[in-house]
Design a protein around this ligand. Structure first.
Ligand code: ADP
Ligand code: MG
Length: 160
């Protein structure tokens, strides 16, 4: 298991961390065949999850502005990285904040199984603990904590 803990002092630092993690995922991409890469984000409202995703998308070369998908559960962005082979093609940004019940049915509607079974997919999930039973075993967990007005503790956990 890999465990890393970072404290950021402002939103920009959290975005930078997101960008660095994206760069790292791209350069170390190993998943092939039928497995997506899944990032599970947890932490209270305002702890910096969406801010982190904004940095992540920059690292993926996505030009569109990221808005929180809170009201629509999932947004999909095309990734254009070179070289094209063995690289991420699509970012799925999921936010389960509003989802209280029938979570399994909602996930099925989203086509989560197909999403998880494509190696070209990078999936980042806010409030991921709500679907922990449905996440792949090698999901990367990133926990966000509010420790001051602008300070956020971010813990990165890679189980396998
Ligand atoms: P979440 O998605 O976890 O609910 P957001 O990223 O939407 O959180 O909101 C975080 C808020 O906190 C933003 O308004 C951001 O500007 C502010 N903020 C202040 N300091 C930080 C920090 N160190 N990291 C991330 N966001 C911060
Ligand atoms: Mg959010």
């Amino acid at each position: 298991m890999l465990y890393l803990e970072v404290t950021t002092e402002n939103a920009k630092e959290t975005k930078t961390l997101g960008r660095k993690i994206a760069n790292n995922l791209v350069s170390n991409k190993q998943h092939i065949g039928n497995k997506a890469t899944v990032l599970a984000l947890t932490g209270d409202l305002g702890s910096g999850k969406t801010t982190f995703v904004q940095g992540l998308v920059k690292g993926l070369g996505i030009k569109q502005r990221i808005v929180s998908p809170t009201f629509i559960i999932m947004r999909t962005y095309r990734i254009n990285l070179k070289p094209q082979t063995l690289n991420f093609k699509t970012l799925h940004h999921i936010d389960l904040y509003r989802l209280e019940d029938k979570i399994e049915a909602e996930l099925k509607n989203l086509g989560i199984e197909e999403i998880f079974s494509d190696q070209g997919n990078l999936v980042v999930i806010e409030w991921a603990e709500k679907m922990k039973d449905f996440l792949p075993a090698d999901t990367i967990w990133i926990k966000f904590g509010n420790i001051g007005e602008d300070q956020r503790k971010i813990v990165y956990e890679l189980k396998s």
